[in-house]
Design a protein. Structure first.
Length: 144
């Protein structure tokens, strides 16, 4: 497995992966999310791949991160269902953490839907703990 920065040619496979993992919501346009990320810190958008049968690469996972100078955030961590449990997500998160640490990031925030107990367990195994905060949001630009 290889972890590398996202390439625009990865877009169809990344969006298909996000669909397959149930990450997408009707109010978010994944094409716009990718375009936004590629304008800001594109090096913090990582993919995990392996050689595909024949030629090219098979996309196994994605992780999108950001750093605002105070805290880091991770979004769109996704691992193909057929390779979940094989450390793809763990390795992606380790790489994201190293990238953010290299920028001076002292703390990472990860948003997980409260009913996603399997993913909450994954992050707990990586040392992440619930913060006693509420996450609030306000959409400034509607995607749809």
């Amino acid at each position: 497995m290889r972890i590398r920065p996202f390439d625009p040619a990865d877009e169809p496979a990344a969006i298909a992966l996000w669909h397959g993992c149930g990450l997408l919501r009707p109010w978010n346009d994944p094409h716009k999310d990718i375009a936004r990320k590629l304008r800001v810190q594109p090096g913090l958008f990582l993919v995990a791949t392996r050689p595909a049968e024949g030629a090219g690469e098979e996309l196994l996972g994605t992780a999108m991160a950001g750093y605002d100078g105070h805290r880091g955030s991770v979004y769109y961590l996704a691992v193909a269902p057929g390779v979940q449990g094989l450390s793809v997500g763990r390795r992606l998160m380790a790489e994201v953490e190293q990238c953010l640490l290299a920028l001076g990031c002292a703390k990472i925030n990860v948003l997980v839907r409260s009913n996603n107990s399997r993913v909450l367990g994954f992050y707990a195994q990586l040392g992440y703990a619930r913060d006693e905060v509420f996450s609030l949001g306000k959409r400034l630009i509607p995607d749809l």
